[in-house]
Design a protein around this ligand. Structure first.
Ligand SMILES: [Zn+2]
Length: 316
């Protein structure tokens, strides 16, 4: 079973002039719909979670507070309540009056997707935005307001009583937020490949965790021009070995498609085949179950459409 989640109302968090805009998911959803038009895909293989209104349960807040501190969340609420059309939390990160509601709805979708993957088997894709992996416990950064994958990791631990979660991050940028949130934690392992030296200029090999978290952060910086070969080597070797040693109960993948050579904001040189191969390695390693791929970066809409084509119709 392949489970798929997206939020039809994420255009309420949008700024046309910004590279992180709602055309990203719009292009994904239009590709997704076209794939099902001719009836060639067996519908019973897929399960959809689609938000058609900005709805979320009250539980979402309590899980956010296990990741972000109260001061930061209050700052966000107050900022968003005063926004007319849009405002900025940092030079890169905008908010609209609907940003928090869109994010809370996205998180609720992630929880439903996760319940399905755990209870009914298989794996899932969440095509949600804004992305999250730069958001730290008390700071918005790099288009990210709330750290989606971090909140999902805590949800899995608290609501499904699973102890060990591994977050794999193949975005071109280092997920400084995810690393910071779990830096002293031995129950959530963070594994990242990313361009270096490049924004946000963290993610050195020497960053391995702190306190009981030492040995639960793995960084593999690659050249800012790196392509398929460099990344595939790391996924074939280091990823498989770290996964086998940690033996997680669930894997979340921060899926950043800005590693593609046609991405407008990075210099990396991966191909669609290379990206597909990274996913295959992850899926083969985890046994095609208990893994969710969550959208992070990726700002070329043609690339995003190719990605979804493989997610839905390519993976065997
Ligand atoms: Zn990125």
């Amino acid at each position: 079973m392949i489970s798929i989640a997206y939020n039809e109302l994420d255009y309420l968090h949008n700024l046309d002039s910004h590279v992180e805009n709602s055309n990203r998911t719009k292009s994904i959803v239009s590709k997704l719909s076209s794939l099902f038009v001719d009836g060639k895909l067996k519908k019973e293989r897929y399960k959809f979670f689609v938000a058609k209104s900005l709805d979320y349960s009250s539980e979402v807040w309590s899980i956010i507070f296990t990741v972000h501190n109260q001061e930061y969340v209050e700052f966000l609420e107050s900022k968003v309540s005063k926004v007319k059309k849009f405002d900025f939390l940092d030079p890169d990160t905008y908010v609209t009056p609907y940003t928090l509601k869109v994010i809370l709805t996205n998180l609720n979708l992630l929880f439903s997707l996760c319940d399905c993957v755990i209870n009914d088997g298989g794996f899932g894709f969440a095509y949600i935005r804004p992305p999250g992996h730069h958001a730290e416990s008390s700071k918005a950064m790099g288009f990210c307001v709330i750290n989606n994958v971090a909140v999902l990791a805590r949800y899995i631990q608290l609501y499904h009583n699973l102890k060990k979660v591994m977050i794999v991050d193949f975005d071109a940028h280092h997920g400084n937020g995810t690393q910071e949130i779990f830096y002293d934690d031995d129950s959530v392992l963070y594994f990242s490949t990313h361009a270096y030296p490049f924004y946000p200029f963290t993610g050195l090999i020497s960053e391995k965790g702190i306190g009981k978290g030492v040995g639960y952060t793995y960084n593999f910086p690659v050249s800012i021009y790196a392509g398929d070969n460099e990344l595939l080597k790391i996924y074939q070797n280091e990823f498989v070995s770290v996964y086998n040693n940690f033996a997680p109960d669930f894997v979340i993948v921060s899926s950043g498609y800005d590693i593609h050579s046609h991405d407008p904001i990075t210099y990396m040189n991966c191909s669609i085949n290379g990206i597909n191969r990274i996913k295959d390695i992850i899926l083969e390693t985890v046994g095609y179950k208990r893994v969710i791929f969550v959208l992070e970066g990726g700002y070329n809409t043609n690339v995003l459409q190719e990605v979804v084509l493989y997610d839905i119709n390519g993976i065997k």
